[in-house]
Design a protein around this ligand. Sequence first.
Ligand code: MG
Length: 145
Amino acid sequence: MKTKQDFPSINERKAEGVKENGDAYKVLIVDDSMFVTKQISQILTSEGFDVVGTASDGQQGVEKYKELYPNVDVVTMDITMPKMDGVSALEQIIEFDKNAVVVMISALGKQDLVKKSLLVGAKNYIVKPLDRKKVLERILMSLNQ
Ligand SMILES: [Mg+2]
């Protein structure tokens, strides 16, 4: 009978969305585009992350964060959204929880808003169109920062 030692390299890689203790990282996705929300969600769940909530504008994002707190490890925050933009929502989340881990999702050409977000306390940012590798890399960087 073959043992695990016969296949040393198979399934050795740990899913990126899972902590050392085996728990999945919990994610809140805030974006007014259903397409982008689905895209982020698919990338993250395929790596074992747990999407615990979604919100389609900044105001709802802040409310969801407070409601889920402390059971959110990372927030992806779109910049351009109705009712309340992502930078204002970020400010309110940081005001509520200064240790919040927020990664901004930006369209091309929004460098000023990205800079402002980083000053306010966003841990990282990702520019659209979203690339799977970059999404995972930036989110993991922000969690290990
Ligand atoms: Mg948007």
